[in-house]
Design a protein around this ligand. Structure first.
Ligand code: ADP
Length: 524
């Protein structure tokens, strides 16, 4: 299990140190004196340790750090001065404050004591209040020193972490003051710019980023921290060569404003972008060449189809006319089989005529030209369409219900084609023995387009054919219903010329709803 690292603040450290007891060592060969000192100092609430000889005091000093040491001068074997000398000689206790306790006021003793680093002398008989206040001062001093040491260690740790992060950065990281004087830089800076880091310290960042501006960092500070703006600038290497650098800057406050500038060599990125631009331009050129080719061959095909459908009309008309003449004049001489064959010729020439007509219609509708955009009253337009289809309506007893439709800017002939084909199909593809019920409505969609729908109760369409039937010559019910398979392709071409789209919603046996959405005015 991962435990999050504990981040300790400086105030945490202060309370830690305040909670700890300072250690004070009392050294006297006289047990009663020791107990008396202990009794005087106990109210200070610190940890008091007792040693009855210089040797024992030395042993304590090897194992503990003391805030103060109270040392009796007169002791058998090793006196206070000798003990102090040995204590001072050890690194751990070389700075421990020593207070000598003595019964004699002699200058010689004083000199020797101070020489050995004594911080004070206390003369017997000891005045408890004086002893207490002196020791309290040293306890406080030791506590402050300890706090200072801990703070220094914490700062050193933080700085080590900061430098490690700086070094781990993939970019050159330069820290400057507000005027751009470099205070700190990571080793990536050396490798990118070719300087030894010491050469950069104290120099201006403009020597490597000539256009550097402290305003960038203000801009970065004001922006969303998750998307600090990047700036592309020219960067200067030590050898005088230049490269494109991508830089981000951000300010922070330590003894005034400092600015971190992260610098990335963007040469490869710039080259990649230029390559993409070149490829894009090349692709665009190829696409427009190909489009022009396609348009040329499309045009040629269209002209061919137009000419073929035109030139085939006359021979078809002739075949039909001669077969009709033959039926009239030679009817009595033809046997039944020959008469059937003649009927077949007539029907196929009529079908061919209808197909040629539909093809010409389709070519005309799908060819963009300068169509007439006018205000079209759709109520009147549908009324006319229903008039054209009156024969089929009467013959099938169809009921056509037309809701109020809008007037819009459109091309009348194209809209007429669409409604004629959709209503015509709605009548034609009726279910056996059923009266066609047709509803024409319109509404406006979210794009502001007008959506028209022609709904019927006919045989319906399996959903997988919903797109297929809008292609030329695609028919689903060719056996039982007459037709050319071009009507819906004409609708699609007309709607697309009007800047819209057409689709069908249907299920087999459940009727169909054809919808088309077109703009209310001529697209720009
Ligand atoms: P045509 O009607 O001449 O066959 P269309 O292009 O108008 O050609 O229609 C293509 C096919 O889509 C039709 O053959 C028919 O199978 C199907 N279809 C069109 N309209 C309807 C409709 N309202 N209900 C059912 N099927 C339809």
């Amino acid at each position: 299990m991962n435990t999050a690292p504990t981040v300790r603040s400086i105030s945490d450290l202060s309370s830690d140190v305040a909670d700890q007891h300072a250690k004070v060592l009392l050294v006297d060969d006289d047990r009663d004196n020791l107990l008396a000192l202990h009794a005087i100092l106990e109210p200070l609430g610190q940890e008091l340790m007792l040693a009855s000889s210089g040797l024992e005091a030395l042993r304590f000093c090897l194992e503990h750090d003391f805030a103060a040491l109270l040392l009796d001068v007169r002791m058998p074997d090793m006196d206070g001065f000798e003990t102090a000398e040995l204590i001072r000689a050890r690194k751990r206790s070389s700075h421990t404050p020593i207070l000598f306790l003595t019964g004699y006021r002699s200058d010689e003793q004083l000199f020797r004591g101070y020489d050995l680093g004594a911080v004070d002398f206390l003369f017997k008989p000891i005045v408890p209040e004086v002893l207490q206040s002196k020791v309290a001062v040293f306890v406080e001093l030791s506590r402050k020193e300890q706090l200072l040491r801990r703070k220094t260690e914490a700062l050193e740790r933080t700085e080590r972490k900061f430098r490690a992060v700086l070094e781990a950065a993939p970019d050159a990281m330069v820290i400057t003051d507000e005027s751009g004087v470099i205070q700190l830089a990571n080793s990536r800076t050396d490798s990118i710019f070719g300087y030894a880091r010491e050469q950069l310290m104290g120099s201006k960042i403009t020597s490597i980023i000539p256009g550097w501006d402290p305003v960038w960092s203000e801009r970065a500070a004001a922006s969303n921290p998750l998307c600090v703006p990047e700036t592309r600038v020219v960067a200067l290497r030590r050898d005088g060569s230049t490269f494109t650098a991508q830089i981000t800057t951000s300010p922070f406050e330590v003894d005034g404003t400092c600015i971190t500038t992260a610098i990335r060599d963007a040469t490869e990125q710039v080259q990649a972008e230029q390559r993409i631009l070149r490829i894009n331009a090349e692709l665009e050129k190829r696409v427009s060449e190909r489009t022009a080719d396609l348009m040329r061959s499309n045009d040629a095909l269209r002209q061919f189809a137009w000419a073929a459908s035109h030139d085939l009309q006359e021979p078809t008309r002739m075949v039909l006319a001669y077969s009709q003449w033959l039926r009239k004049s030679g009817h009595s001489k033809l046997n039944e089989k020959e008469q059937n064959m003649l009927t077949c010729v007539e029907q196929n020439s009529q079908r061919l005529q209808a197909l040629l007509e539909a093809i010409r219609e389709y070519i005309y509708i799908s060819e963009s030209g300068d169509e007439q955009w006018t205000t079209v009253d759709c109520n009147a337009l549908v009324h006319n369409v229903l008039g054209t289809l009156q024969g089929a309506i009467t013959e099938s007893n169809a009921v056509v219900e037309c809701m109020p439709l809008p007037a819009l800017e459109s091309v009348e002939i194209l809209l007429t084609q669409v409604f004629q084909n959709l209503v015509g199909n709605a009548i034609k593809y009726r279910a056996d023995g059923q009266t066609p019920q047709i509803i024409i409505t319109s509404c406006t969609n979210n794009d502001g387009h007008c959506v028209f729908s022609v709904q019927d109760n006919g045989i319906g369409i399996e959903p997988q054919y919903a797109e297929y039937i809008f292609n030329v010559f695609k028919r689903l019910h060719g056996q039982n219903y007459s037709g050319t398979g071009i009507g819906l392709a004409i609708c699609k071409a007309a709607v697309e010329r009007l800047g819209g789209r057409i689709w069908v919603e249907s299920e087999l046996g459940k009727g169909s709803t054809f919808r088309f959405a077109i703009p209310q005015r001529k697209p720009a």
